[in-house]
Design a protein around this ligand. Sequence first.
Ligand code: PLP
Length: 390
Amino acid sequence: MSDDKLRLETLAIHGGQSPEPVTGAVMVPVFQTSTYAQPQVGEHTGYEYSRSQNPTREALERAVACLEGGVEGIAFGSGSAATAAVQHLLSAGDRVVCGDDVYGGTWRQFTQVFARQGIDYTFVDFTRVSPVDAIPEGTALVWLESPTNPLLKVADIAALAARAHAVGALVVVDNTFATPIFQRPLALGADLVVHSTTKYINGHSDVVGGIVVAATAELGERLHFLQNSTGAVPGIWDCWLTLRGIKTLAVRMARHQDNALAIVPWLKSRPEVSRVFYPLDPDHPDHDTATRQMSGFGGMISVELATDLDGARAFCAATRVFTLAESLGGVESLIELPAAMTHASVPPDVRQEIGIADGLVRLSVGIEHHDDLIADLAQALDVAFGRAAG
Ligand SMILES: *Cc1c(COP(=O)(O)O)cnc(C)c1O
């Protein structure tokens, strides 16, 4: 049966997987080994050393590549390492155009690591600037996060990819928030997809990992070379846990979405809430683009409270079911304050310019019962707005 005829729910379980040939083990074993016996000098089984090849890691790489409809997956020790591997495709003097509210760590890596090595980064709001104005001639790479973090802006991937290709630039989409269940950037024209598998792909808040999926064998080969040469490979147990997490990706994403769709209208009805950001909400500024290029969205909601940083701090400290923590995409609900946590590395004037208010709270809605989540948010609003004792 050819994989491209299978639906995503089926691919999440079977994509790129087959029983282990020696024992028939249904789940790929943990090949916890650094090296492999060679039958003769100069002859090997296809496996020489685990930085270069490992069957458990390869099973994970095939699984994600299959879900994204790509040719090759190349796994890394974190999403940040996957992001860095893509920058290593570039040379000093190359120009990159990047979205202006990308993940704070991505912004830090570009401006404080690779900019020092001579790569030139420009940050633009792809949802407000036309593709032609955003991507000038001479651009080598376009880095898109869509939906963005934390404002959940949605860029038109197909339109940007068409312009990027017209000027000879590579297009990379960080698809961490949407996952291939709801958005498949390669089908929209992207050349590479990047994930922090730490988030929805693994989904259980117990692994840090990353992956790049390439649309062509040529890019895949180059990234495998970089994976082996720079060595930021994931541990084998982490690969195995992530592969196990992927089995439930489709059902988890559906439940995250159902919960978010219950919580968003409730939040919008509250006087303490000045704005709610969720791409499937008809009031979201990029709702049309979102519904055109995405088949759904998960559990990420950003909420601007009608209060200052201290009020938002009090709200985040008062939730009981939502855990105050960075990260997202796990089965448990998390809450965080971008201005003081995930986006603290972005300078205050830049934060203000791109719209990350001090009262902006980011929710990663888990797969608990939505009534319990709403009740928790309600009591935290009471605490933050001085109506109840903390
Ligand atoms: C978390 C995150 C990253 C970085 O991934 P790590 O696994 O934490 O290194 C990159 N992009 C997005 C959108 C993220 O949420």
